[in-house]
Write a protein that binds this ligand. Structure first.
Ligand code: PLP
Length: 466
């Protein structure tokens, strides 16, 4: 597709300026521009077509199935956007006097109280702008707690090998030494490995439950008890609460602090559609270390972002929670888990599940046998799915499964869609057996096929090289 500058033709214009109704004056030379302003020249029709063409190159939850595991690409209801577009909220200024923004304060208080109830925590901050930022804030709470007690020997954070990559990165960013422990063969925490890792130098444990292979750890109470017994604190990575909200709470599992991605579980847009919010909750004994914010009282010395964070994202999440209500929140989780199990049963004779047992909100397929038979990798299959019009699942994560594809359908997909997706997986599998070359070179239907993923992430070219 051509750039808007390449489509430009001299004299094509989309603006009709009103007639000049003031006296004309020349600008002083010193502030005038030295070279002509370079703007594309297109008619209104051409501009409209250009952007419509761009829209067709983009894929999002509004286009079709988006099973990106660990990312919870659920449909974001329009009503959330409508509330967040109300001028009384969009026009509020963070430095406005408190009595002028009582409504905003009420939004934050109500959202905090509902999320505390959902997570089983006693206090909350909305400052962090994303999940990883929330982890950073949460682990700083743990650090401040140990520091305040003069307990300086606690230098290590334990992270299971199935963890999201942000967990060890966070612990390292907070100045801790990361202790990796291997998972047991069932994908859960190996209690013996945990016991061996625990000691007087343990600052805490970072864990997500259900874990990244979609399994709920049955030993969770024993795990948090062991960490507490060793004097450490327990951090819950609640990026994704979709499997458990309204059913079990991190606070009741023994965790001391948690972050929740409002931009996953609580239906605010993410990915290219951000911004996000990584709300952090903690138990009462850690509340004094939370960041202070303009609209919420109390808090300690750390500050991770301005004011109350991405306020409008919190407002969208509050709208979502209130729309679903006390019955809808647990029902959303139940449907998410049911959908994941339904899809897993559908595709399980197409590709082998990494753990063939009832899953939570997501599951992982292991394509290593298929790759041995056909030479077609998980990457090739993911790329092949694009040509059938669906977004690929998460690939090569978690690291403990080789040739992994991780699927999270979420509760917002219908049974009909899940059946169609099962059929698409079957077709791609057959394509790989019959015509492996077709998958090695897929996708064939997109503008860009196989970018260098590291270069695309590290050195993205975000403007035209003209
Ligand atoms: C998405 C995710 C994160 C990170 O959240 P971001 O908002 O992308 O920073 C952390 N942990 C888990 C388990 C996740 O799924």
């Amino acid at each position: 597709m051509k750039l808007v500058f390449e489509k430009s033709r001299p004299g094509h214009a989309s603006v009709i300026l009103p007639p000049l109704d003031v006296e004309k004056t020349e600008l002083p030379e010193s502030i005038g521009r030295q070279s002509a302003l370079r703007l594309p020249e297109l008619s209104e029709t051409e501009v409209s077509r250009h952007y419509t063409e761009l829209v067709h190159e983009v894929y999002g939850v509004n286009c079709g199935f988006y099973p990106l595991g660990s990312c919870t690409m659920k449909y974001n209801p329009r009503i959330d956007e409508e509330t967040a577009s109300l001028p009384s909220f969009t026009g509020a200024h963070p430095l406005a006097p408190a009595e002028a923004v009582k409504g905003c304060r009420k939004v934050l208080e109500e959202a905090a109280s509902l999320l505390e109830e959902i997570s089983g925590m006693d206090a909350m901050t909305f400052q962090p702008a994303a999940g990883a930022h929330g982890e950073f804030t949460g682990v700083l709470l743990i650090k401040q707690y140990h520091d305040a007690r003069g307990d300086e020997k606690r230098r290590k954070i334990i992270v299971p090998d199935s963890a999201h990559g942000t967990n060890p990165a966070t612990a390292a960013m907070c100045g801790y030494e990361v202790v990796n422990i291997a998972s047991a063969p069932d994908g859960c925490v190996d209690l013996e490995a945990l016991k061996n890792a625990l000691g007087e130098d343990t600052a805490g444990l970072m864990l997500t439950n259900p874990n990244t292979v979609g399994l709920f750890d049955p030993n969770i109470l024993e795990i948090t008890r062991l960490v507490h017994e060793a004097g450490g604190l327990c951090y819950y990575d609640g990026a994704n609460l979709n499997a458990i909200m309204g059913h079990v709470r991190p606070g009741d599992m023994g965790f001391d602090c948690v972050h929740m991605n409002l931009h996953k579980t609580f239906a605010t847009p993410h990915g290219g559609g951000g911004p996000g919010a990584g709300a952090v909750g903690c138990k009462a004994f850690l509340a004094e270390y939370l960041p202070k914010s303009a609209l919420m009282d109390g808090g300690g010395p750390i500050q991770v972002r301005g004011f109350a964070g991405n306020f409008l994202v919190v407002l969208k999440a509050l709208t979502y929670i209130l729309t679903l209500g006390r019955e809808g929140i647990p029902q959303a989780s139940e449907t998410a888990v049911l959908n994941a199990n339904y899809l897993m049963q559908g595709v399980k004779d197409v590709f082998k599940p990494a753990f063939d047992r009832i899953c939570m909100h997501e599951f992982v397929l292991d394509l290593s046998d298929y790759k041995k038979e056909t030479g077609v990798s998980a990457l090739d299959v993911a790329k092949g799915l694009i040509d059938y019009g669906i977004h690929p699942p998460t690939m090569y994560f978690p690291l403990i499964v080789h040739e992994a594809l991780m699927l999270e359908p979420t509760e917002t997909e219908s049974r009909e869609t899940l059946d169609q997706v099962t059929e698409i997986f079957r077709k791609v599998r057959e394509d790989g057996v019959r015509e492996p070359e077709k998958l090695h070179t897929a996708p064939h239907s997109t503008v860009i096929g196989r970018p260098d993923e590291v270069a695309a992430a590290r050195n993205p070219i975000l403007k035209a090289q003209l």
